[in-house]
Design a protein around this ligand. Structure first.
Ligand SMILES: [Zn+2]
Length: 92
């Protein structure tokens, strides 16, 4: 699906609607000592019998696209996503 590069969104800093630039969002690295990773290591890696079996789940064929929207006036960024699954996205 083709998505426009620039859209009008509400900006918290400017307190009104402004044009925003869209970029595809990259996945962040998981923090080493966050609670989630510590729980995961406890369950799957640490101690006796620390190897849990992963159930094999069928993978989904599509993804919901995630973007980062940057305000053109004040350059503040915020996440922007389309809550629909689609195979291909293209910024045009
Ligand atoms: Zn702004």
């Amino acid at each position: 699906m083709k998505i426009p590069k620039e859209i009008k969104l509400y900006c918290k800093k400017c307190n009104k609607h402004e044009t925003h630039k869209l970029k595809t969002a990259k996945a962040r690295k998981a923090r080493a000592d966050s609670f989630g990773t510590r729980r995961f290591e406890k369950k799957h890696k640490k101690g006796y019998g620390g190897k849990a079996k992963f159930a094999i789940k069928p993978k989904k064929q599509t993804k919901k696209p995630n973007f980062v929207a940057e305000c053109k006036k004040c350059k503040s960024k915020k996440p922007f996503s389309i809550p629909k699954r689609m195979k291909k996205t293209e910024l045009a």
